[in-house]
Ligand binder design. Structure first.
Ligand code: SF4
Ligand code: FE
Length: 485
């Protein structure tokens, strides 16, 4: 990393991303400076919002770290109390409201808290020294106020086979060489949220491992500009609208999420940045701990949902139907679903407990319930938003037509809504709903809600495991007067 000065402001953050010579590919070409690419920039803005929040609303966006004895960005904070875990959710909802998209930093936040605890547990069992190494790494990252991306999801190949059983051994990230000074890793991670907007990436296994998979049991930190890393940018629906004239058709011109494929072609990692190497039995606890945190981090979608509910209410206002009873009912239904997401997530955080390592972790069952809600409710909220907004969401002519000499006045006249409402406002509300339910931020609001932090089946398995059916049967037997079987 070139940068020595700590990042303070959102502008410092954007400046810190420049001149890194990353291997980023988009549309088959290397992007010289991702920060200035019109399709990428909205995703940078979304991360920059996390820095702005830290200075403008420090009680939400920052925290007191005893690790460095100073204030740090909350996304870099190791939770020291139940309240710290709860505040993460409040911050996530607020950032969802401010950006209307995925602000990309929760993976790193949840990864550092999971690795903090699991390295401690591993050291207890094996006498390794990972936990102190990880603390040392965290201190530097906190002091410089950097963005950490978490890289968990391997590309996985044949889903019925374990990592070591794959025809191509590189389909899960693995250690290909161990040297006196460190390890060399190879493989690829898919759907990497905010990877190019990060400074460091924490590589973690994605699946339970056995002793045959020892080389896959690797947790380490790599700088984003390390030799051997290639990023291939993920497309989003309607993404090239960001490259057109004007800002109306984008719907949300300021902000977007970011996912990229990350390819690690023999990347060297020095030992001080290695936090697990070969202790395969800690892969499953790490994944489980990370997903416990991350599945309630998805309350971010309730913040995004607030924006969508607002856009639907605006569309109804502009159409002059805001007081129709079915419109009110639909808005209430949207809020009910949205608050159910938030309610389960923040309940999980309120039920946090202290780990052996000393940080706090939320309730896993409630977190899985939260995430399972997230796989369903945004789709229904999106359906109701489209219902309220009308077909215009999908058939609106372009901004260029709206501005053109011949068609502009025609559209002004025939797309008018309630008297006194500028036609353009009506179009902007419709475009925002399109953006969030069909366009580039539908990636975050819908599909990421479905598959991010694990697809629905992963939550169903966890809920089944943790819902103590035998205990419940015992309760029923007792009250029904059925003797123990
Ligand atoms: Fe954070 Fe939500 Fe984006 Fe995940 S989807 S990184 S939880 S904002
Ligand atoms: Fe995600």
């Amino acid at each position: 990393m070139k940068m020595d000065q700590p990042i303070v402001t959102a502008d410092d953050y954007v400046a810190s991303l420049r001149d890194r010579q990353l291997e980023v590919y988009l549309f088959g070409e290397r992007i010289e400076e991702p920060v200035d690419h019109p399709m990428i920039r909205p995703s940078v803005n979304a991360v920059a919002a996390t820095y702005r929040l830290a200075t403008e609303d420090p009680s939400l966006g920052s925290a007191e770290s005893s690790l460095i004895g100073n204030t740090v960005n909350r996304f870099l904070h190791i939770t020291e109390s139940v309240d710290d875990v709860v505040q993460q959710n409040r911050m996530q909802r607020r950032l969802g409201q401010l950006t209307g998209t995925c602000f990309q930093r929760c993976v790193g936040m949840d990864a550092i808290n999971a690795i903090f605890a699991i390295t401690f547990d591993c050291d207890q069992k094996h006498g390794t020294a990972y936990h102190q190494r990880f603390r040392d790494f965290l201190q530097v990252v906190q002091q410089r106020n950097l963005v950490i991306g978490g890289a968990m999801t391997d590309v996985k190949g044949d889903r019925s086979k374990a990592p070591a059983e794959q025809d191509d051994p590189d389909l899960f990230v693995r250690v290909v060489d161990r040297r006196a000074d460190g390890v060399v890793i190879r493989g690829a991670k898919a759907h990497q949220t905010g990877a190019i907007n990060s400074h460091w990436i924490l590589v973690m296994p994605t699946i339970r491992l056995t002793d045959r998979d020892r080389d896959y049991a690797i947790v380490c930190a790599i700088p984003v500009d390390a030799d051997g890393i290639t990023f291939i940018y993920g497309r989003q629906s309607c993404d090239t609208r960001s490259m057109e004239e004007g800002d109306l058709d984008s719907g949300n011109a300021g902000f977007s999420g970011q996912e990229a494929m990350l390819i690690l072609d023999d990347v060297f990692v020095p030992w001080p940045n290695v936090f697990l190497d070969g202790e395969f039995e800690f892969a499953a606890p790490l994944v489980e701990r990370f997903t416990a945190y991350h599945r309630r981090s998805y309350v971010c979608k309730s913040g995004v949902g607030d924006v969508l509910i607002g856009a639907a209410a605006l569309a109804a206002d502009y159409n002059g139907v805001e007081s129709a009873s079915h419109v009110r009912d639909k808005l209430v239904e949207m809020s009910h679903l949205n608050e159910t997401i938030y309610g389960t997530g923040i309940a999980a955080s309120h039920e946090s407990v202290r780990t052996e390592a000393g940080n706090y972790v939320n309730d896993a069952l409630l977190a899985n319930v939260c995430k399972l809600n997230v796989t369903r409710f945004p789709y229904e909220i999106g359906r109701l938003a489209q219902d309220l907004a009308g077909g215009l969401v999908a058939t609106l002519p372009s901004e260029a037509d709206f501005r053109a000499e011949t068609t502009g006045p025609l559209l002004q006249k025939y797309l008018a809504g309630r008297a006194g409402v500028p036609t353009e406002n009506r179009l902007r509300a419709a475009r925002l709903i399109e953006n969030m339910t069909l366009g580039r931020n539908a990636v975050g609001y819908l599909t990421e809600s479905l598959h991010g932090a694990g697809s629905p089946q992963a939550q169903i398995v966890q809920i089944r495991r943790q819902s103590d059916l035998e205990g419940k049967k015992a309760l029923a037997r007792k009250l029904a007067g059925i003797p123990d079987e």
